[in-house]
Design a protein around this ligand. Sequence first.
Ligand SMILES: Cc1cc2nc3c(=O)[nH]c(=O)nc-3n(C[C@H](O)[C@H](O)[C@H](O)COP(=O)(O)O)c2cc1C
Length: 222
Amino acid sequence: MNSSSHIPLTSYREYPSTEMLIRVTHFADEVHRRRTIRDFSSRPVDRAVIEQAIRAAGSAPSGANRQPWHFAVVQSADVKRRIREAAEAEEREFYSHRATEEWKDALAPLGTDADKPFLETAPYLIGVFAQKFTQTQDGERLVNYYPIESVGLATGILITALHTAGLATLTHTPSPMKFMNEIMQRPGDERPFVLLVVGYPADDCRVPAIVRKPVNDICSFL
Ligand SMILES: Cc1cc2nc3c(=O)[nH]c(=O)nc-3n(C[C@H](O)[C@H](O)[C@H](O)COP(=O)(O)O)c2cc1C
């Protein structure tokens, strides 16, 4: 994967400054339409769409270009049922014992609880895993750099690509998520990062009335 050879940059495109602003404004408007949903339809989704979204995710920058991610895509009803059972068991513990009152207060406006029917309803679950190590072809084990940051960036692109395709997602983090390694057949040294639920919204889907911080509150120009 690592190569010291360099090639001309042919993929870069420059736009006139007026078009630049139009393009980025359009993109900002588009991504602001994205909402996390928790009521999914069981309507099927073409697997090729999922594959292209994952291809987009695989374009993310990564520490030392190690590309330390794996996306385990679940379609099987049986595997989804096992994931739901394991996630709900962890979530019941979370809501009744593990979560602090402060954490539960923060979640209250979202109306979430330990029941996760969408884990069986949605057509796809994507387990995103962060790889702490890379195994080379000659069996050497290399440490990856910034795997969590890299996988976070890839996941953001994945969510955005699925949104662009007209699908909705839920970024789910059943706490803890170690059960994902066994059910999704991933090695023990991979860290489950998120469980992404993917599909169409249910007809009667409702979402929490949240407000996003205005741009002036989230940036500073120096
Ligand atoms: C790292 C992370 C973990 C999350 N975990 C959960 C979760 O376990 N369950 C859930 O219902 N929503 C979860 N969410 C979704 C957030 O609640 C949601 O993104 C937030 O309320 C903003 O809503 P929006 O995505 O519609 O803008 C998570 C989001 C992130 C980024």
